[in-house]
Design a protein around this ligand. Sequence first.
Ligand code: BT5
Length: 259
Amino acid sequence: MNEQKLTLALNGLGVFDFQYFDKVSSTNDMALDWIASSPQEYAAVMADAQTAGRGRQNRRWVTTPGASIALSIIVYPSSVEQEELGLFPLAAGLAVAHAVENQGIKTVQLKWPNDVLIMQMKTAGILVETVWDGASLKGLVVGIGINVLADAVPPSDSLLFPATCIQSHADQEPDQITLIADTIANLQRIRKDLTSPDFVQRYTSKLAFRGQKVSIRESDAQITTGEIAGIDPSGQLCLRLDDGRIQTFPAGDVSLRPL
Ligand code: BT5
């Protein structure tokens, strides 16, 4: 990573607090700890390698040195946003999706709640975590892992869902610093109308498997099938069941699979 170019790109977005590591356990862990010393909003932690990168429900996230982006962004949600924290993973997904599109890729979609797909294969994953002081929210970390080069894609037998990388779909060599800066700039912009109908409409236009039958697994004992109808203003998935009723699912620890 060219640190001078990174500094210029981030400073251009008003981001002066950032840390870049050759190797960390998890950039989310570093960012969660950093919140205690109140860095500025959009303070960012990045790393070339993670020894304990994680996804939701403590699943493993693979980061390959030189080929992946591991980025964690610190956000302090406003009181209005705190009413709708479930929108943050979706907003981060949309921010990454637009950054990937800016690399010249047209087939980008979002697998609810927060996976970024290229041609229906996962190219980025998002893990949003919060720090609380009793009932008061101290801050939120948006963790983003992006497969940039082909080496970033883990072997298929180790994955729950097919994966790909930006390099395999872009005409030009993908640029890590542009991807990072675009992602942060997009998140800054998307947050301006996060709780408006425009956000729901923009997210829905990128929603993968819309109108298709999927299964939603909340636990081994709780699996629901239905057709994806869209999302509601809180970012919950709306599923049309076989009897025509609409059931909503909060963006928590659920897994969505196409059938
Ligand atoms: C995610 O979880 O997709 C969230 C991943 C967030 C990673 C970032 S990297 C920066 C920050 N620091 C961290 O420690 N984490 C964040 P989930 O939806 O639970 O998906 C996890 C599953 O994705 C795994 O069980 C694998 O099947 C699959 N997987 C792991 N590494 C992958 C990769 N590089 N590309 C595609 N799929 C992967």
